[in-house]
Design a protein around this ligand. Structure first.
Ligand code: SF4
Length: 165
């Protein structure tokens, strides 16, 4: 079991805490579903060209660039369906960088919708991230996942059969 909180785990948690528990306990779903694909970095070539990779313990950012002396971390998504979860995921990256002494801004890019949203690590977002990390750490220490709760995303979730059969 991996108890390490990652940006991807934060994303899963924001969608469904049970899913985050299942992922943290490495219960791999059999099939690749859209919901899981949404949580991963989209390696769009035209964004990758202008960016560099940055690694920190337990975190690898594929989409980082400098703009006017400031570090910009991008998160590319296929659609804006899960924006609140993506804001939290990106906020987690900014928080981790801040903890390492690096100030950065974030941007969410949805190329298909020509959408771009800036995310800054405000004191409010920082508090939310710290609360979330503490909650996820406690969640994954639990011996069993929280009960399944029907949400609209269940029908796209890789664990649907596991939760509802
Ligand atoms: S099927 Fe629904 S309840 Fe089960 S892990 Fe997925 S989103 Fe969560």
């Amino acid at each position: 079991m991996s108890t390490e909180v990652t940006g991807t785990l934060v994303w899963y948690y924001a969608i469904c805490p049970r899913e985050a528990w299942l992922m943290a306990h490495e219960m791999e779903p059999e099939k690749e579903f859209e919901l899981l694909a949404e949580g991963r970095l989209n390696q769009e070539a035209h964004y990758k060209r202008a960016t560099k990779e940055l690694s920190l313990p337990g975190m690898r950012l594929d989409q980082v660039r400098r703009e006017g002396g400031r570090l910009i971390v991008s998160e590319v998504k296929k659609s804006s369906r899960f924006l609140p979860a993506t804001r939290l995921q990106l906020g987690y990256y900014l928080w981790r960088l801040h903890e390492e002494g690096m100030e950065a801004s974030g941007e969410i890019l949805v190329p298909k919708e020509r959408k771009r949203e800036t995310v800054e690590l405000t004191p409010e977002l920082r508090q939310e991230i710290e609360r979330t990390v503490t909650t996820i750490e406690a969640l994954v220490r639990e011996p069993a996942p929280p009960p399944a709760k029907k949400i609209p995303f269940c029908k796209r979730c890789a664990y649907a059969e596991f939760c509802w059969s």
